[in-house]
Design a protein around this ligand. Structure first.
Ligand code: WQD
Length: 340
């Protein structure tokens, strides 16, 4: 049984990927420092798969703890690295936290790959690296623009570090550039657990529908788009998890055509904020309180993926539509809030 280390494996995308890996027959080790999740997620994973993953609470910024972990667990066939801070706004206010947590931890892991001969590495990247696209849909050859936030910059820097290391070592790597992950596992046992006020659209919508938030603020309807609100590519987190399984399988089979490959992971379809709101109301029957407010600084007008490369090379394609994603997000919110 191949053994995969998942860092940030109790997080939103990480936990869904752990479930998909276990169902695909992998042994999973999880490292998480629980800074942005709950230990209860481990129970949720175990209830879904009946396979309790090995879990160690560890902060990847502490080099000695990382070294000790890899001395205790050998024969790791691959690493999927999710553990990172991911709030764009917070990164602007506290850049050093982001450079330390997102870049230093990557370096610690890559150093262990070198020491222990671990040659398969999947990196959690983001469409944020593209900034405001010049044309849509956006493909992997699009120019990487100057990051508009330290968070986005850590993703750009991390991709470059991994590429440079691949060039001079036996490391083979894939960076998956996520678009907008949404939804929850159909079991209702794991999902998104935003800490505090949700920064992202869909959890804010579901918390508003659940009465946790008074109303949704829509950040601008005066953009140059058909209905004036921003356009994004919302991808079901279960589809995103499956993309990681396809990617690690490709590395383990040594099928990467070059040592470092980058793939967009989205649906290829753009939806506006107002379209998401109306789809949510249609799918759930709930009426959403919302108001239009000023634009949010740093928002790009529109971004959605050209997914041809992932479709062809990873033989992966998103299977769920936005209705299924929103329905699962709402089911999860009701579960968390104890709403029937
Ligand atoms: C989507 C749209 C908002 C909240 C961010 C990160 C990206 C990735 C995904 C980590 C925008 C609008 C939102 C609200 C709103 N994260 N919105 N009211 O900004 O596209 O991407 O999360 O990898 O790196 O940048 O996602 O969900 O915050 O916003 O109107 O309360 O919803 O203006 O147009 P975003 P988002």
């Amino acid at each position: 049984m191949k053994r995969i280390l998942v860092t940030g494996g109790l997080g939103y995308i990480g936990s869904h990927t752990v479930v998909a890996l276990q169902k695909a027959g992998y042994e999973v080790l999880i490292i998480d420092n629980l800074s942005n999740t709950s230990i209860d997620v481990l129970q949720g994973i175990t209830e879904i798969t009946n396979i309790p993953p090995t879990f160690e609470r560890l902060d990847l910024r502490v080099k000695n703890d990382v070294t000790s972990f890899f001395e205790r667990y050998n024969n790791i066939d691959g690493i999927i690295h999710f553990a990172a801070s991911k709030a764009v706004g917070e990164s602007v206010e506290n850049p050093l936290l982001y450079y330390e947590n997102n870049v230093t931890t990557l370096i610690h892991l890559l150093q262990e790959c070198k020491v222990h001969g671990i040659s398969n590495f999947i990196f959690s990247s983001s469409c944020t690296v593209y900034g405001e696209p010049d044309s849509l849909p956006i493909d992997e050859e699009a120019p990487i623009k100057k990051a508009i936030s330290p968070y986005g910059n850590t993703k750009q820097i991390s991709e470059e570090i991994i590429s440079d290391v691949c060039n001079v070592s036996n490391l083979n790597a894939i960076a998956l550039r996520y678009f907008n992950p949404v939804g929850a596992h159909p079991s209702g046992l794991i999902g998104e657990l935003p800490v505090g006020i949700p920064q992202n659209l869909v959890p804010y919508i579901t918390q508003t529908a659940a009465g946790v938030r008074k109303e949704l603020s829509i950040f601008g309807n005066d953009y140059p788009t058909p209905d004036g609100s921003c356009i994004r590519d919302y991808i079901h987190v279960v589809d995103l998890a499956d993309a990681h399984v396809k990617a690690i399988e490709r590395l383990i089979r040594a099928e990467n055509s070059t040592k470092f490959r980058v793939f967009n992971v989205g649906t290829g379809m753009g939806k506006s904020v107002l379209e998401i709101v109306s789809a949510f109301e249609r799918v759930t029957g709930e009426t959403l309180n919302y108001k239009i407010v000023d634009r949010r600084p740093g928002d790009v007008v529109a971004v959605y993926a050209d997914t041809k490369k992932a479709n062809d090379e990873l033989r992966w394609k998103a299977q769920h539509d936005i209705d299924a994603a929103l329905a699962s997000a709402w089911a999860w919110e009701k579960k968390v809030r104890g709403i029937d």
